[in-house]
Design a protein around this ligand. Structure first.
Ligand code: BG6
Length: 478
């Protein structure tokens, strides 16, 4: 279903995110027929280009970052006809009247700030002072949304001077991932799981976002941030919220976001015994984290694991273990809900006991698996084994799975539709920083040095110990 006609202005249009994700994503939506024929994309950046030069940038980005079978020269050519460019000075006056002349009225106007957060306030101010953005315009802002509570508050205040909260779309691309939304469908579309979704039946929950890449070319940015700011404060906390929240009364922006906010506010502070930070070591051929970061004494973590508790009626006492890191053994993102053992076993001692586990796989091989216990087939007596009840999107949907939009594609279309459900509200972001700030200040004050872990391993040994202490173990990374 095509969305309404729109003009989307991308500030930072020649930057990495625009080339890797935003432009190829829009191209895919164009090919799928979701982007109306008359919709336009206006690139805006400091560098001097005309439309033709910028179209070359877009063509190259699509060829480099789209799947090969998506790249049809004719289609790319048609897509490029919808592309324009304006040279703009975010902090000065140059280019703004050109932009005003380009943006059409009477269609959806969206402004994507794919630039450093230090420019958010300037862009917002100029869009207003030049009379470009009206009360129906939408602005899209990227992470990092601040680096602590104070800076996030400042960004929110700067944007609020010029735009209403209903006009601000704070992107967390994890919320655009197909399985993440499916998580809500599974929880709230089935009667099966929700009665068991609490501390009485759930032993613990593991949220893992493991990457095999290092920080390579972005060492300088990353070293000021670390895994906590780069991944936990946003992506992992959003996953935690969706897993733990109460059923919203409707699938509508504020109903969902109110419930997520309650989870963040119910998070207990984490003491330092329940935080493990690590840095990857060098291999024979690859640099260590500290070398990648360009600081031989860096104390920034490329891995973090945390044991979190949510102080509310539903989850009291149930640990949520979160881990994320770079240069780990496998690229795996998943949420595992590990249920408690059956209260009483009627089977012989040696039959074995297994807990049910519901695994929601975000990537790769998106899908869900429920591990259930059955009798081992054959004449060997009553022995119990685990088998997966598997729902892989690729199998269930066949070719349609190929068309599942990438997170950015979906989220940009939601902006055009005016649906904020999958975007973070200002108070959510602030609450997330309010929880993370004291943890970060804690390890900074202790001069904590992250543990070294072997590149392409499962992370620091202490992380496994954190779970062993409680008779639990991380799921294997594979
Ligand atoms: C980004 C982080 O937000 O998410 C990166 O800044 C990380 O460090 C990336 O690699 C992971 O996203 P995805 O979609 O590849 O899991």
């Amino acid at each position: 279903i095509p969305v309404d006609d729109f003009d989307l202005v991308i500030f930072g249009a020649t930057g990495d995110l625009a080339r890797r994700k935003i432009l190829p994503g829009l191209y895919r939506r164009f090919c799928s027929g979701q982007m109306p024929e008359t919709a336009r994309i206006i690139g805006a950046a400091r560098s001097e280009h005309d439309d033709a030069e910028f179209r070359d940038v877009v063509r190259a980005a699509i060829n480099e970052f789209s799947k090969k079978n998506d790249c049809d020269d004719d289609r790319i050519g048609e897509f490029c006809e919808r592309i324009h460019y304006v040279t703009i000075d975010a902090r000065g006056e140059g280019g703004w009247s050109d932009l005003k002349g380009l943006v059409r009225s009477g269609v959806v106007n969206a402004y994507y700030f794919s630039v450093a957060p230090s420019l958010f306030g300037d862009l917002a101010e100029r869009l207003q002072s030049h009379g470009i953005a009206d009360e129906n315009a939408r602005i899209v802002v990227e992470k990092p949304f601040g680096r602590d509570l104070a800076s996030a508050k400042k960004l929110n205040a700067d944007l609020a001077k010029h735009f209403e909260e209903t006009q601000i779309y704070r992107i967390d691309h994890y919320l655009g991932k197909e399985t993440v939304q499916n998580l809500m469908a599974v929880r709230f579309g089935n009667i099966l799981f929700e009665p068991l979704w609490n501390s009485q039946y759930v032993d613990h929950i593991q949220i893992t976002v493991a990457e095999t890449v290092g920080v390579g070319g972005r060492g300088e940015y990353y070293d000021k941030s670390g895994a906590m700011r780069d991944m936990v404060q946003n992506h992992l906390m959003q996953l935690l919220c969706l897993i733990a929240m109460e059923p919203p009364s409707r699938f509508e922006p504020d109903s969902v976001r109110d419930e997520k906010l309650k989870v963040i506010r119910a998070l207990e502070p984490v003491d330092h015994h329940n935080i493990v930070r690590g840095q990857y070591d060098a291999t024979k051929t690859e640099a260590s984290y500290r070398e990648d970061a360009g600081d031989p004494k860096s104390r920034t973590e490329s891995y973090i694991a945390l044991r979190c508790l949510i102080s509310n009626w539903r989850w009291a006492g149930t640990p949520f273990y979160l881990r994320t890191g770079k240069k780990l053994k496998a690229r795996t993102s998943e949420i595992a809900v590990v249920f408690k053992d059956a209260p009483h076993s009627i089977f012989p001692e040696d039959a074995g006991r297994h807990a049910n586990v519901l695994v929601i796989r975000l990537q790769p091989n998106e899908g869900m698996t429920l591990q259930v216990t059955i009798k081992e087939p054959g004449p060997g007596g009553m022995r119990l084994i685990d088998v997966p009840l598997d729902m892989s999107f690729a199998e269930a949907l066949g070719e349609e799975a190929e068309d599942i939009p990438d997170a950015y594609e979906r989220l940009i279309m939601d902006v055009i539709r005016g649906n904020q459900t999958l975007f973070m509200r200002g108070d959510e972001v602030e609450a997330a920083w309010a929880w993370t700030d004291p943890l970060i200040h804690g390890w900074e004050a202790r001069h904590d040095v992250p543990k070294t872990y072997d590149a392409y391993s499962s992370g620091p040994e202490d992380s496994s110990m954190m779970l062993h202490r409680e008779g639990r173990r991380w799921r294997e990374l594979k």
